[in-house]
Design a protein around this ligand. Structure first.
Ligand code: HEC
Ligand code: HEC
Length: 335
């Protein structure tokens, strides 16, 4: 064989081997749709790894004490187990930390939907004075000065420049892999009749009868819409939720319908963390919520029996899934 030909052949082969095609994103667990990866922030293994480090990175806060995981901790199914969160220097916020689970399918972020993407959301807490208390300029300088991060930014973005956009993109990419599916409910729905207990199966009937599924609908058990169910509305200065953002009277006292995936593990409940247990949630709905001028008409007294209430809770507990359970805090960080 012609020598030049063979050499070219080897080069072509080498280029083929080294320029391996991008790894396809993992398939989400049973019961979840494919993630719609944004065109300007596609999936990559490298970006997930970098985003995970940044998610657990306390140096994103002004005094190196608070990370995203402080308030969205895998130990509490990516919440913090408290009615309201505690940020930098022990400061408490006014709202409960929602779970980061399955945010990949959320159309907008925050209880009032004020951020439209996970990328836009991720930059908020860093500069929030009561959460991480830093500034974007300071964080970019701090992370940019850590040698160990440089190769990770290069592997994720092509060069080692650190900026707030890239930090946000990496964190959002990691978040899109924090998923919960393949629950007893998903397995039951897929045909495994014994996956849910008889009580949970009856509970699904109650869930429909009480119109819970009108708002907690679809594979992620949320319409991604805003409703007023009356939580906290009688407080002296009630949080008016979505209304503050939209100024539309239909949104007065309305909050984003939360996912019910892994709901068993994210107590306490509601935007103000005012409801302690799932049993209490059921009692709250059964009495018809808190009457007010904008209460959703699907929230009304239901007069459920004792068994129906037990079954409804059993059904919600059948929404605890897998996908996120292997995620733990990294044991070391770039230096
Ligand atoms: C001090 C606690 C605290 C820290 C630190 C924190 N969060 Fe949050 N997070 C919250 C609270 C409270 C909310 C709800 C605020 C609201 O709706 O107004 C929230 C909302 C969110 C949401 C929206 C979820 C939804 O369903 O709407 C996401 C996603 C999120 N945080 C991710 C992050 C990321 C990423 C970081 C790190 C860059 C972070 N959080 C840091 C407390 C915290
Ligand atoms: C009109 C729409 C609507 C209906 C009907 C509805 N929900 Fe909700 N649900 C919401 C909204 C909105 C919230 C958050 C309210 C807040 O925090 O102020 C919520 C919160 C919850 C929570 C707490 C979630 C969390 O993460 O804190 C649970 C559990 C829940 N609902 C279960 C149910 C059950 C069970 C039913 C039926 C009995 C039901 N919901 C009916 C809209 C609805």
């Amino acid at each position: 064989m012609n020598k030049t030909f063979a050499a070219v052949g080897t080069l072509v082969l080498a280029a083929f081997v080294f320029a391996a095609p991008p790894v396809a994103p993992p398939n989400p667990p049973l019961g979840l749709l494919k993630v719609a990866w944004p065109a300007d922030n596609p999936y990559s293994v490298e970006k997930v790894a970098l985003g995970k480090l940044l998610y657990f990175e306390k140096r994103l806060s002004a005094d190196d004490t608070v990370s995203c995981a402080t308030c969205h901790d895998p130990k509490y199914a990516f919440t913090d187990g408290a009615p309201v969160s505690t940020g930098i220097r022990g400061q408490k916020g006014g709202r409960s930390a929602p779970t980061v689970l399955n945010r990949a399918w959320s159309l907008n972020q925050f209880w009032d939907g004020r951020a439209s993407t996970l990328e836009a959301q991720a930059v908020g807490p860093i500069a929030n004075p009561i959460e991480m208390g830093s500034t974007h300029t300071a964080v970019v300088a701090k992370i940019g000065a850590i040698e160990g991060y440089k190769p990770l930014f290069k592997a994720s973005f092509g060069d080692d420049k650190v900026d707030i956009d890239r930090i946000a993109k990496a964190i959002a990419t990691f978040e899109r892999t924090v998923v919960s599916g393949n629950s007893p409910y998903d397995q039951w729905k897929a045909g495994k009749a014994t996956a849910m207990s008889p009580s949970a199966i009856r509970g699904l009937g109650v869930f429909k009868k009480a119109e819970c599924d009108a708002c907690h609908e679809g594979g992620n058990f949320t319409s991604n819409m805003y409703s007023n169910i009356g939580v906290g509305i009688n407080a002296p200065n009630p949080d008016l939720g979505r209304f503050v953002i939209s100024k539309d009277p239909v949104d007065w006292g309305a909050f984003k319908t939360p996912t019910l995936r892994d709901i068993e593990h994210t107590a306490p409940y509601m935007h103000d963390g005012s409801v302690k247990t799932l049993e209490d949630v059921v009692e709250y709905y059964d009495k018809g919520g808190t009457p007010n001028k904008n209460l959703d008409r699907k929230v009304k007294p239901r007069n459920l029996t004792k068994t129906e209430k037990v079954d409804l809770v059993a059904f919600m507990k059948a929404l605890s899934g897998t996908g996120w359970r292997g995620i733990t805090e990294p044991t070391s960080f770039p230096q």
